[in-house]
Ligand binder design. Structure first.
Ligand code: SIN
Length: 275
């Protein structure tokens, strides 16, 4: 097999890699090329990968410690976990209005003190059309800000709390303490500055809550302008991995969620404390 890296998929990022079997152990050379592509394009698409949940977990292990989806020793521990629009009886349901759903722009687990480096999703069941995932490049968004805005937001800390976003909160329904992260974070590998915000960004430390929420709202609107966005249109057995340190993402509610099934397998690799 010959690993082939395709052209960039959009101005905002994305690249497809073929000629590699993710179910097999990854040798040093293809791994280095995948990591270079990941650093340069932020979103890597591997089409046509038929993987079990165990094999996906094994592939994710190449990039660091994988967050467990079950207790150590449990059957669900060393496998990718399932995310879907199905209820406990396996029927499709529309959860797009949930304030904590994946349909709002977010970066994964931003309310953790050590949020993940990368997430990967593997498409198992898809609706006949739609069910896309969109990614917004927050390095490009930061770079496009006016110098005056960059000065205004330099050094600000965002208070992230699960369920608390821009003045609306259901945080009390879950016991997750708030954490502070820099609004402008530095990518540990490239040194680029990126905006860090999205759903679960509650307010800005030291600023009246409403004022902080307004600043976050304005920046989120800016960061998700179409020129910063790559929309991935899934095909069955695509595996997509993305860099949570420089992207926002959301599932797009562009299919009949109460009618069609959408099932994905997900793995999350631990990152480092944002700075
Ligand atoms: C996620 O937000 O991690 C999943 C996005 C999706 O289901 O498209």
């Amino acid at each position: 097999m010959v690993l082939v890296i395709g052209p960039r998929l959009s101005a905002a990022g994305g690249v497809a890699i073929t000629g590699v079997d993710l179910a097999a152990p990854l040798a040093a050379e293809p791994k280095a090329r995948i990591l270079d592509a990941f650093r340069d394009h932020h979103i890597v698409v591997f089409p046509d990968q038929a993987l079990t949940r165990e094999q996906q977990y094994g592939f994710a292990r190449n990039f660091g410690e994988v967050e467990p989806s079950g207790q150590a020793g449990s059957k669900r521990h060393a496998v990718a976990h399932v995310i879907s629009n199905l209820d406990k009886d396996g029927n499709p349901v529309d959860r797009s209005a949930s304030p904590v759903g994946n349909y709002r722009w977010h970066t994964d687990k931003s309310w953790h003190s050590v949020p993940p480096l990368l997430t990967m999703l593997h498409a198992i069941e898809l609706p006949p059309a739609g069910g896309d995932t969109e990614f917004a490049n927050t390095v490009m968004a930061y770079a496009a800000l006016a110098e005056q805005t960059k000065r205004r937001i330099a050094g600000l800390q965002v208070v992230f709390r699960w369920g608390s976003s821009g003045g609306n909160s259901i945080a009390a329904t879950r016991n997750e303490p708030p954490v502070d992260h820099p609004l402008v974070r530095t990518h540990p590998e490239t040194g680029s500055k990126a905006l860090y915000l999205g759903n679960h960004a509650s307010h800005i430390r030291g600023m009246p809550e409403a004022e902080g929420a307004a600043v976050l709202g304005e920046l989120l609107e800016h960061a998700t302008r179409r020129q910063f966005v790559y929309a991935h249109r899934w095909r069955k057995n695509d595996l997509v991995m993305w860099d949570n340190r420089c992207l926002l993402h959301r599932a797009v509610a562009n299919y009949d969620m109460g009618k069609y099934r959408r099932v994905m397998h997900r793995s999350v690799v631990k990152g480092t404390v944002p700075f």
